[in-house]
Design a protein around this ligand. Structure first.
Ligand SMILES: [Mg+2]
Length: 217
């Protein structure tokens, strides 16, 4: 039995491709070109977030926190999310969410599944709730191990007792020496290939119940 399970959010506990894409869809914008540059290492997380915000502000110069909440109103949990988190917690396992997605959204997912802990990237707003131009990077999307190391330190959990679950190639950066990584429902070809190359177990299903045997449930 693991002592800690760290889930990615988008595409794992949440049934959405990307919380960033959800906001782009809301404003009718598209960050595909930037994503390619980012994946090629030509852009930092902070630059990518500021560029995303700039695109939205081209469409809507003043964006309120409530607008961001509204963008996420149609989002749902992945099938089996509440149940698997509840059963892990009942077995004494610490359940964390480590996401490079949007904090407002990840926080609401964490509350819905009753996770012990969550960390994500996000936004800053002025005192009246208007979105500022720069984002806040807490989880570098290609160096998610930085958050994992912090988590293990706080919990005094040896890496051997940690299981990470992710759906994208970037989630492989959650891996730290000695830990276990499980791929869940990879959609992008880049994820399928990265998981195959890494030789990790992959659950090809969109029902988190199928992950249970890998977590000792
Ligand atoms: Mg994901």
């Amino acid at each position: 039995m693991p002592l800690c399970v760290a889930f990615d959010c988008d595409g794992v506990l949440a049934d959405s491709i990307s919380s960033w894409k959800t906001i782009h869809d809301h404003f009718g914008t598209d960050s595909k070109d930037m994503l390619q540059q980012f994946m090629a290492g030509k852009m930092t997380d902070a630059e990518f977030m500021a560029a995303d915000i700039a695109l939205w502000k081209e469409v809507s110069p003043k964006i309120h926190r409530d607008d961001i909440f509204r963008a996420f109103s149609g989002c749902k949990l992945m099938k089996g999310a509440k149940e698997i988190v509840a059963d892990l917690k009942a077995a004494g396992v610490h359940v964390a969410i480590v996401s490079a997605g949007v904090d407002i959204y990840v926080q609401s997912i964490a509350a819905m599944v009753k996770a012990d802990d969550w960390i994500a990237n996000g936004f800053e707003f002025d005192d009246d709730g208007w979105l500022l131009d720069e984002g806040v990077v807490r989880v570098p999307s290609m160096e998610k191990y930085t958050s994992i190391h912090k988590l293990l330190g706080i919990l005094e959990c040896p890496p051997e007792r940690l299981v990470c679950v992710g759906d994208s190639s970037m989630d492989l950066s959650m891996y730290v020496d000695g830990s276990t990584f499980i791929g869940f429902n990879p959609q992008r070809d880049s994820a399928k290939k990265a998981f195959a190359d890494a030789g990790i177990p992959v659950v090809n299903s969109n029902d988190l119940a199928d992950l249970r045997p890998y977590l000792g449930l």
